[in-house]
Design a protein around this ligand. Structure first.
Ligand SMILES: Nc1ncnc2c1ncn2[C@@H]1O[C@H](COP(=O)(O)OP(=O)(O)O)[C@@H](O)[C@H]1O
Ligand SMILES: [Mg+2]
Length: 347
């Protein structure tokens, strides 16, 4: 779905070298030496990463590559062992986000959604949305003494809730318990709620996973729409068809490190990516196949692995979706969204 903004976002990256950690012309986020250990395992080990403003960046990588952990760190839901990262506002000012709480991070303009949706099932859709609102000024004593301010704020919040519910086509469900929504609608609700703070950068952790095909297209359009409204989007996705369709740039994580960066077409042909996905024996078998055909065959093989990496809604399963899972083809059951729960390794 090409749009003018898409062209602009991609155009800004045209001359950027396709190497891990490369500098971008106008980064909104710059991360340095970010690492996170769990016991002996280095889950995240990102030397340098820049995210270009106004683009959709796909963060991909085999299960366990550290994608969710990296999101957790960036958004204050987890604490790194080393590293720092900065948010660059479009006025040129930079804010160091390292060590900030999720709320403080959100106030600077960086929000995220979770791989496993976090909607509160026993609350209505509207109440869930209101939870995403920025800290309520009515809570401060001074403002409580000024009911006019309070009412103004309430009206503002309600207006924003209504606007987003219409935008995400959830307005007809506004008074339903979130628990009655389908999986896909909950993903929409979570995306909508994350926008309550009017963010500049939105990190979406597998927004499309487990969503039925009809809603997948709708979710994709919402993601593109976020960018077209001026936001920057980073999203985790396993399906290379989806990545090719909407991403301006792709960052590949493997074993915590950025092993490749570039436009979607570059990624499928990068031997480092093929190696990371196929690994060991599977790679050997695939390579034999590859010798009989052009690089397109190799790309298809990689795509198969990319697709197999995450549980997706079955109804549109093409041949690639029924390929037997390989070493990295297990479902992502790490529950790594239990962010901020680690006891060990804190600084
Ligand atoms: N809270 C945790 N405790 C221990 N290990 C964890 C925790 N969270 C994630 N991990 C491990 O860190 C690695 C990266 O996990 P994760 O960030 O969830 O990967 P991805 O999102 O790319 O699938 C995995 O090996 C996972 O098992
Ligand atoms: Mg994950």
């Amino acid at each position: 779905m090409p749009t003018e903004t898409a062209a602009t976002g991609a155009a800004a990256l045209e001359d950027v070298q396709r190497v891990p950690g490369v500098a971008k012309p106008d980064p909104i986020l710059v991360a340095d030496h970010v690492s996170r250990r769990f016991g002996g395992l280095k889950a995240v080990d990102v030397e340098h990463l820049e995210i270009q403003r106004g683009t959709i960046t796909a963060l991909i990588g085999p299960n366990g590559a550290g994608k969710t952990t990296f999101f957790n760190l960036l958004t204050g839901f987890d604490t790194p062992n080393t590293g720092s990262w900065e948010f660059h506002a479009d006025d040129g000012s930079a804010t160091i986000l390292t060590g900030m709480s999720p709320h403080a991070v959100a106030r600077t303009g960086l929000v995220r959604t979770f791989q496993l949706t976090k909607s509160l099932t026993r609350m209505s859709v509207v109440e869930n949305m209101r939870l995403g609102a920025p800290a309520n000024p009515g809570e401060s004593m001074l403002r409580a003494l000024l009911p006019g301010t309070w009412r103004g704020y309430e009206k503002q919040i309600q207006g924003r809730v209504d606007e987003l519910l219409v935008q995400f086509k959830l307005d007809h469900m506004r008074d339903e318990y979130a628990g009655t929504l389908s999986g896909g609608q909950r993903k929409l609700l979570e995306m909508a709620r994350s926008l309550m703070v009017d963010p500049d950068l939105v990190c979406l952790d597998e927004p499309m996973a487990g969503v039925n095909p009809a809603l997948t297209q709708s979710l994709l359009r919402h993601v593109v729409d976020l960018r077209d409204r001026g936001m920057t989007v980073v999203f985790v996705e396993h399906d290379m068809d989806v990545v090719r369709e909407i991403a301006d740039w792709v960052v590949v994580l493997a074993e915590g490190r950025v092993i490749s960066e570039g436009p979607p077409d570059h990624i499928g042909n990068d031997p480092a990516v093929v190696e990371a996905y196929l690994g060991g024996k599977a790679a050997g078998a695939r390579r034999e196949v590859d010798t009989t055909g052009p690089s397109a065959a190799r790309q298809t093989a990689t795509d198969d692995r990319l697709r197999g990496g995450s549980p997706r809604a079955a109804p549109d399963a093409g041949p690639a979706d029924v390929a037997p899972p390989g070493p990295t083809g297990t479902t992502d059951a790490t529950g790594a969204d239990g962010a901020g729960t680690h006891e060990e390794d804190d600084q």
